[in-house]
Design a protein around this ligand. Sequence first.
Ligand code: FES
Length: 111
Amino acid sequence: MPKITILPLERVIEADDGSTIMEAAHEDGLYWPTTCGGEGICTSCACTIEKGEANLEPMGRGELKTLAEELSETAVRARRLRLACQARVHGDVTVTRRGVRPAEVSLLTPE
Ligand code: FES
């Protein structure tokens, strides 16, 4: 089962082979930033692939198009960015995405 290490949270989660990074995070009870709900159109979920890029399915045209609307295609590749809602894992990866946290912790929850 592929393992995803999420930084800076320093959490290691297991993913079903072929699931997206975001699906695996949700399965593990984590909140992952999104504004489109995982439709691949907002870039809020974008993360940097620190290790294991070859263990992800190659970036599809739609994912690259969405990311390239924010940055140039060259910058997307140079910064090793992927959309967590689109990138499917087939082996261990390490990613960085600030804002990922346990879902039950909410700044909006009254005390
Ligand atoms: S959640 Fe919107 S692009 Fe991934």
